[in-house]
Design a protein around this ligand. Structure first.
Ligand code: SAM
Length: 254
């Protein structure tokens, strides 16, 4: 049973919380415009994790048959519990257990960057019907602007976060997290290389800024909580991954 991602890379509940914000109905119209798959019947999600996008797809395309898949058994168990009306199953994206030409749409969110492209795209191309659509979603990195009032200031905190980041980097290297990340211009060319035609790129903005007055108090709290929980997870996972990494810093500073 594979639970590498949920054990070492991202906590199930936290990932679900942050992706539920990213795929909230507030952005339904923008996503549906970008996807342009309203008339498609069979939709396969690859690497669905805890299933927030799968749930959104089920809400937005109620007439479609939707299947969420992931290699991580714990994510699939969680996803199925959260949404008993949706079909989820364990499946490795590099060897999909489906017949050739069996889906109208394949979709993934932040999965391509972790899987060797010839297998990732090759398998999706194989299971897509002729004329089918392959949607590859990703989040643009490097646009986090942290307000001064929440930036870590003390040298102890800086040292702790440096340790946390170093451990996180080790985990990423060990499990190939982000190993196949590519630029926005390389991704379409790569898809063409693997036989996809009419490849295009679309952008949409998801406003996860808690201090934006347009956001409700509830969603602002949810955004802060998702961010906070992501940081806490990084620290809490340390005893399992790198025992002593932070306590050494804290005790040597006392
Ligand atoms: C960054 S997470 C994204 C999860 C989900 N798409 C979301 O946005 O919440 C990457 C996901 O890819 C899955 N994954 C990585 N390699 C995989 C593979 N070979 N087959 C299937 N899933 C894979 C992981 O288990 C994890 O759930």
């Amino acid at each position: 049973m594979n639970t590498i991602w949920s054990d070492y890379v991202q906590n199930t509940g936290t990932l679900y919380l942050s992706r539920s914000l990213r795929f909230s109905d507030e952005y339904k119209k923008a996503y549906m415009n970008a996807f342009d798959i309203a008339d498609r019947k069979r939709i396969l999600e690859i690497g669905c994790g805890p299933g927030a996008l799968t749930q959104a797809l089920a809400r937005w395309y109620p007439d479609a048959e939707i299947l969420g898949t992931d290699r991580d058994a714990a994510f699939i168990r969680f996803a199925a519990q959260q949404a008993p009306g949706i079909r989820f199953m364990e499946a490795d994206a590099t060897a999909l257990p489906f017949e050739d030409q069996s889906f109208d749409v394949v979709i993934s969110n932040t999965v391509q960057e972790h899987i060797e492209p010839s297998l990732f795209f090759g398998e999706q191309s194989r299971v897509l019907k002729p004329g089918g659509v392959c949607l590859v979603l990703s989040a643009r990195r490097g646009v986090n602007i942290t307000a001064d009032c929440v930036e870590e200031k003390s040298s102890l905190e800086k040292e702790i976060w440096a340790r946390v980041e170093a451990v996180g980097q080790d985990v990423n290297n060990r499990y190939g997290v982000g190993k196949y990340a590519m630029s926005e211009s390389k991704l379409p060319r790569t898809m063409e290389q693997y036989g996809f035609h009419q490849v295009s790129t679309r952008y949409l903005t998801v406003n996860l800024t808690p201090d934006n007055p347009e956001n409700s108090k509830e969603s602002a709290y949810a955004m802060i909580n998702a961010h906070r929980q992501t940081s806490l997870d990084a620290v809490e996972s340390l005893p399992l991954i790198a025992p002593g990494a932070v306590s050494e810093v804290v005790s040597s500073s006392l």
